[in-house]
Ligand binder design. Structure first.
Ligand SMILES: NC(=O)c1ccc[n+]([C@@H]2O[C@H](COP(=O)([O-])OP(=O)(O)OC[C@H]3O[C@@H](n4cnc5c(N)ncnc54)[C@H](OP(=O)(O)O)[C@@H]3O)[C@@H](O)[C@H]2O)c1
Length: 441
């Protein structure tokens, strides 16, 4: 029988944001502060962690200023309560390259929110320290190789320790993974296949993605050959294909679904959704849903820009000299999609994402092993700017779900996808309440 993770009485902090001084970490800190009244008792105990105390102090100062602004807005609408960040939130110094510092951090917290990436370089020591010291962990990795190798290496130890390690709790891949689960739950019958189409929009100021994600993508693509050999080690039987087999689309096509040119989605969503569907099939005997993920790129001028950037990217990424160039000049080589400075707050305010899900299956009473699907469903997951608004919301709500709904999590600890960990929790409802909306069309 698995031990049920850490207990709140033995640890001073319910949440610890690790990597709080990073571009994303700073927004996660603000989101924790905004959500700190959402625990039973109304007062979350939390700390921030990273390798530089000076930087972390500045993070708290900046977050306090942002909350001050929020407070002005809240007063205007008659709401109360401003967290006193600098006096209430402790700072913990911990460095990925110093295992003792990670162990000490993990012993202090119930859930670690790990924002230190690229995860392929920095993620494993944090997972190891969490498992060995009984802290749950959520991260925002979009790197399948890291995510799957953590499952392989630490799944059993996490289960023995009653610890939940849940990767990809940001925009990669909560909207896609929970979007498929939501679509299945809304479907009247047996859902057998879903395609998702992502579109992102920005306001007049435009937008971009911070360098941290660019680095993760560069090294991830460079190393993608290793993923196949890693997957063999799981020794999985192929998932059964129930119903009509989902058709593979080409590398670039005009999508009538979203009325623009579209490519296969390059991030972690297909890997994460597939792992979730495997878990739900093997643990709960649910029909696996086949999944195809696509992303809209826009009109013909965007296609030309993307083809140019893609060609250079794939040419350079395989050589260490090329990778150094890509890492040094993200803005140039991504045609402005990524930048060292990251998006401004104004750019974030004007940005949003929209995931359209097109599902098909067999209505109640129909046998999915016979004939073609006879029913369709369309659902939508939409929300604010993906990387630094939606991601912190998703990550913080995932962490709060672990904290407050232990009985709805899988019975044993383990290394889980968001869908596997949270399928039976209220996470979709929580996200909906925080601006990431799920709906049936
Ligand atoms: N899922 C999503 O949609 C999503 C969205 C956003 C970001 N992300 C991912 O989140 C990760 C971070 O991205 P970012 O843009 O925030 O990157 P970033 O600004 O470079 O932040 C990296 C953080 O890691 C810390 N760090 C680096 N080495 C460390 C070490 N040895 N010990 C302790 N801390 C260390 C840095 O600390 P210092 O401040 O001291 O340098 C910094 O806080 C990336 O992997 C990115 O892909 C995912």
């Amino acid at each position: 029988m698995a031990v049920r993770g850490p207990s709140s009485s033995s640890r001073p902090y319910q949440l610890i944001v690790f990597g709080a001084s990073g571009f994303t970490g700073r927004f996660v800190v603000e989101e924790v502060a905004r959500s700190s009244a959402e625990v039973p008792g109304g007062k979350l105990t939390w700390a921030i962690a990273g390798r530089s105390r000076d930087k972390l102090e500045k993070v708290l100062q900046e977050a306090a200023q942002q909350l001050d602004k929020l407070q002005v807005d809240r007063q205007e609408i008659g709401a109360e309560g401003k967290p006193e960040l600098q006096s209430e939130v402790e700072i913990i110094v911990a460095d990925v390259s110093e295992p003792d510092s990670l162990a000490a951090m993990c012993k202090l917290g119930l859930v670690i929110l790990n924002c230190v990436g690229p995860y392929r370089f920095y993620g494993e020591p944090v997972v190891k320290a969490c498992v060995e010291n009984g802290a749950h962990c959520v991260d925002i990795s979009g790197e399948p190789q890291y995510l799957e190798s953590m499952q392989l290496s630490y799944g059993a130890a996490a289960a023995d320790g009653g610890v939940y390690i849940v990767g990809s709790c940001g925009f990669d891949s909560i909207p896609a993974d929970l979007g498929v689960i939501y679509t299945r739950d809304q479907f009247k019958g047996t859902l057998t296949a879903v395609e998702s189409f992502l579109t992102a929009s920005s306001g007049p100021e435009g937008s971009c993605i911070h360098d941290g994600t660019w680095q993760s993508a560069v090294y991830g693509v460079a190393d993608s050959d290793k993923l196949r050999s890693l997957r063999k080690k799981f020794n999985h039987k192929p998932l059964p294909v129930v119903g009509a087999k989902i058709k593979r689309r080409s590398t670039l096509f005009y999508s009538n679904e979203i009325q623009q040119y579209t490519i296969p989605f390059m991030g972690s969503d297909p890997s994460v959704v597939k792992r979730t569907q495997r878990f739900l099939f093997e643990e709960h005997q649910q029909t696996p849903v086949q999944y195809g993920a696509y992303a809209g790129v826009g009109g013909i001028s965007s296609v030309i820009k993307l083809l140019f950037a893609g060609f250079i990217f794939f040419l350079l990424v395989k050589f260490s000299f090329g990778r150094n160039l890509l890492i040094k000049f993200p803005e140039f080589f991504s045609c402005g999609y990524f930048s060292k400075a990251g998006p401004s707050r104004k750019q974030m305010e004007g940005s949003s994402f929209r995931f359209a899900f097109f599902g098909e299956g067999y209505s109640d009473g129909q046998d999915p092993s016979q004939g073609k699907p006879d029913a369709k469903i369309r659902t939508l997951v939409q929300g604010p700017e993906a990387g630094y608004v939606a991601t912190p919301i998703a990550m913080v709500q995932a962490a709060l779900t672990i904290l407050t709904e232990p009985d709805a999590l899988p019975k044993r600890g383990g290394v889980y996808t968001p869908g596997a960990a949270f399928a039976k929790t209220s996470l979709i409802k929580r996200l909906d309440q925080h601006g990431i909306h799920f709906s049936v069309l």
